[in-house]
Ligand binder design. Structure first.
Ligand SMILES: NC(=O)c1ccc[n+]([C@@H]2O[C@H](COP(=O)([O-])OP(=O)(O)OC[C@H]3O[C@@H](n4cnc5c(N)ncnc54)[C@H](O)[C@@H]3O)[C@@H](O)[C@H]2O)c1
Length: 312
C-alpha cells in the first residue's frame, strides 16, 4: 500500500510530479541539493495550483491541503527513510543516477519501489549495479508533468509483476493515463513517434518546402487538432486501411530516412542558437514572449484536459 512518496529532484519535471501526488492525497517528500531549488519548485507548484483554482478544477482548500502535504528537504535520509515509492527525477546523467541509487540502497526499506523518470536510459543500464532490480521501474512523465496525462511505464527484465501492478494503480490513482511497454526500447513510445515527426519537419524545412511557421501550422491546425482524441492507429482505421496502405506505399519512399542530425540544426547548435533557452533557435524569442507562451500553454492545457474529461 502506497502512503508516503518521495520525489528526488525538484526541477522541470520533479516539481510537477510532486504536485500530482500531493493533489491526489499522498504525503510527499520533495528532495533537492539546495534549499533555493526547493523554494523555486514550491513557488511553481503554488502557481500551478492557483491556475487550477482559477479554472475551477480544484477549490482553494484543495490547493492549501496539497501544499501542506509536500515536505521539502535537502537531507536524503529524511526524504526516503519512510518512503513507499520513490520517483527519481534528477538530471539525465548516468553517473548522477547511479551514484544516487547506490546511496538509496543503504537507507531505504526493502519494499520501497524506485521509479526513474529517465527519458533515454534503458532500465538495464540504470540497474546495472543495483542489488534489487525487481523493485525498479521507469515511469516516464511528460512536461508539464502536472498537466499532461500520459505516463509511460517501462518494466525491466527483473521488475516484479507486483511492482508493475502497484505502479500502474498509483498512476491511475493520481489521474494519469499510464501505458505499459512490453519491451524496454530507447525513446519508449511517445518520443519515438515525436522524433519521427520532427525528423520529417526538419527535412521539409531543409528542402525549403515551406516556412517554419507554415510547417508548424500544418500540425497545430491540422492533425494535431485531432490527435488529442484520436491516435494515429485509430485515425488509420477511420481513414480506411486500404487508403493508408496506398499512403504508406506512395509516401514512404519520399520520407526522410536520415540517421543523423541535419546540417541546418548542427549549425544552429554550434552557433548557440538552442531555441527558447538562448532566445533564438528556429524562431527568435524575447523573455516576455517565452513567459507569455508558457502561461498560455498551461492555461490551454488545463482547458483541453477539461474537454478530454467531458467537463466542458
Ligand atoms: N525536461 C523534460 O521535458 C523531461 C521530460 C521527461 C523526462 N525527463 C527526465 O526527467 C529527469 C529530470 O529532468 P528535468 O528536466 O526535470 O531536469 P532538471 O535539471 O530541471 O532538474 C533536475 C533536478 O535534480 C537536481 N539534482 C541534481 N543532482 C541531484 C542529486 N544527486 N540528487 C537530487 N537532486 C539532484 C537538480 O538540482 C535539479 O533541481 C531526467 O531524467 C530527464 O531525462 C525530462
Amino acid at each position: 500500500m502506497i502512503n508516503n512518496i518521495t520525489v528526488l529532484g525538484s526541477g522541470v519535471m520533479g516539481h510537477g510530479i510532486a504536485q500530482n501526488y500531493a493533489l491526489a492525497g499522498y504525503a510527499v517528500h520533495l528532495y533537492d541539493l539546495k534549499s533555493s531549488y526547493l523554494e523555486k519548485a514550491m513557488k511553481l507548484i503554488d502557481g500551478n495550483l492557483s491556475l487550477m483554482v482559477k479554472e475551477k478544477i480544484i477549490v482553494p482548500a484543495d490547493k492549501e491541503k496539497a501544499l501542506e502535504r509536500i515536505i521539502t528537504t535537502t537531507d536524503l535520509q529524511i526524504a526516503v527513510k519512510d518512503s513507499d515509492f520513490i520517483t527519481e527525477a534528477v538530471p539525465e546523467v548516468i553517473e548522477i543516477k547511479h551514484s544516487l541509487y547506490k546511496q538509496l540502497e543503504t537507507i531505504i526499506r526493502q519494499d520501497t519501489i524506485i521509479a526513474s523518470n529517465t527519458s533515454t536510459f534503458p532500465i538495464s543500464q540504470l540497474t546495472k549495479d543495483i542489488k534489487d532490480p525487481e523493485r525498479f521501474i521507469v515511469t516516464h512523465f511528460f512536461n508539464p508533468a502536472q498537466l499532461v496525462p500520459l505516463v509511460e511505464i517501462v518494466k525491466g527484465r527483473d521488475t516484479s509483476n507486483q511492482v508493475v501492478e502497484t505502479t500502474l494503480n498509483l498512476m491511475k490513482d493520481i489521474g494519469k493515463s499510464p501505458v505499459v511497454l512490453n519491451k524496454d526500447i530507447p525513446g519508449f513510445i511517445a518520443n519515438r513517434l515525436q522524433a519521427a515527426l520532427v525528423r520529417e519537419a526538419f527535412h521539409l524545412m531543409e528542402m525549403g518546402i515551406a516556412s517554419p511557421e507554415d510547417i508548424d501550422l500544418a500540425i497545430t491546425d491540422g492533425p494535431g487538432v485531432r490527435w488529442a482524441f484520436s491516435g494515429p492507429l485509430e485515425t488509420a482505421d477511420f481513414g480506411g486501411l486500404d487508403i493508408w496502405k496506398s499512403v504508406v506505399e506512395n509516401l514512404a519512399p519520399e520520407l526522410s530516412k536520415a540517421d543523423k542530425v541535419p546540417d541546418l540544426i548542427n549549425e544552429k547548435v554550434k552557433n548557440g542558437g538552442l531555441g527558447a533557452k538562448t532566445g533564438e533557435g528556429i524562431y527568435k524569442y524575447s523573455n516576455e514572449i517565452i513567459e507569455g507562451k508558457l502561461v498560455q500553454r498551461d492555461e490551454r492545457l488545463v482547458k483541453l484536459n477539461k474537454i478530454k474529461h467531458g467537463d466542458i
